[in-house]
Design a protein around this ligand. Structure first.
Ligand SMILES: Cc1cc2nc3c(=O)[nH]c(=O)nc-3n(C[C@H](O)[C@H](O)[C@H](O)COP(=O)(O)OP(=O)(O)OC[C@H]3O[C@@H](n4cnc5c(N)ncnc54)[C@H](O)[C@@H]3O)c2cc1C
Length: 260
């Protein structure tokens, strides 16, 4: 989500900017066009124009190496005084290449943050961990998750198996007139439900095997505790997903029969 941080900073500084992005809308793996349009409009209001179906093919630089323009894959040229790049995480695992540590898009750890080598632990963005809530290997790039993994790694060093990493992460954006929060793994799952619940209010919940695995809330963050609780409890909400979209949703609204 660094791209939108950067866009908002440009907007706040009165910099007229263009946000070149792939696809038809911002964060297309987590938001539909309907939800994303709220974010697009907020950017436009701050003088940042989202450009869709774009991206950067290459930058043009002057003789001193200063960026002068970004050229997108369509050949469109965007002159600029500076550019910011937000293209995801890049893991500096080169120093581990000749070690027995298992690497797979980061350092592989179990739910106790232990690597495949006894007495070697890892924590933070660099890990590919056993996500107990998701039921598969996952990655995370947020403060709360990194901090908690550090705590679990430290505990595991002195008492392996005492406490496992079971965490619902969240990431909020506070640059606009409305709050934005993503939680869990909003880009994963095999199904989703979404709804517009008011002006500048939209939500989407990602589901896997009938269970909540993540989501996005725009405008109204009030159901976040309920959604996170459902994730932690692994509640099966099959057949009741419409309830998740109700404005005042609470866990008690779900039929007791879904309790695991
Ligand atoms: C611009 C920006 C904004 C962000 N905003 C948010 C936000 O709003 N909310 C949120 O939850 N998260 C945010 N994040 C993500 C968050 O910062 C990371 O998830 C978090 O810092 C990860 O912590 P970490 O300890 O795993 O890694 P890092 O904080 O990256 O720490 C890794 C450390 O290891 C050091 N290092 C690397 N290689 C070596 C080496 N070979 N030897 C010794 N040291 C080495 C690095 O210098 C660094 O100090 C943001 C990130 C960025 C870049």
């Amino acid at each position: 989500l660094l791209g939108i941080d950067f866009a908002a900073i440009c907007g706040a500084q009165g910099v007229e900017a263009k946000y070149l992005m792939r696809g038809d809308n911002w964060w297309r793996y987590a938001l539909s066009e309907e939800g994303a349009e709220i974010m697009h409009e907020a950017m436009r209001e701050r003088g940042v124009e989202p450009v869709f179906g774009s991206g950067v093919d290459h930058f043009e630089v002057d003789d001193d190496g200063h960026v002068e323009a970004a050229v997108d894959p369509n050949g469109e040229r965007y002159e600029c005084d500076f550019a910011g790049v937000a293209i995801g995480l890049d893991f500096n695992t080169e120093l581990l290449q000749d070690t027995p540590l298992e690497l797979d898009d980061g350092i592989v750890v179990d739910e106790f943050m232990r690597t495949n080598v006894d007495n070697v632990f890892a924590a933070g963005d660099i890990t590919t961990f056993n996500d107990l809530i998701l039921g598969e290997r996952a990655k995370n790039g947020s403060w709360g998750s990194a901090k908690e993994q550090g705590t679990i790694a430290a505990r595991s060093m002195v008492d392996y198996g005492a406490e496992e990493f079971e965490w619902v992460s969240s990431y909020s954006i506070t640059h606009f007139d409305f709050p934005f929060l993503s939680f869990g793994h909003p880009t994963l799952g095999d199904d989703s439900v979404e709804a517009t619940t008011g002006e500048n209010e939209w939500r989407r919940v990602a589901l896997k095997d009938g269970k909540v695995v993540g989501g996005v809330l725009i405008g109204d963050l009030s159901p976040q505790s309920a959604f996170k609780q459902l994730m932690r409890e692994g509640r099966d909400v099959s057949g009741q997903t419409d309830l998740l979209m109700e404005p005042g949703f609470s866990v008690d609204d779900l039929a007791a029969a879904t309790e695991q």
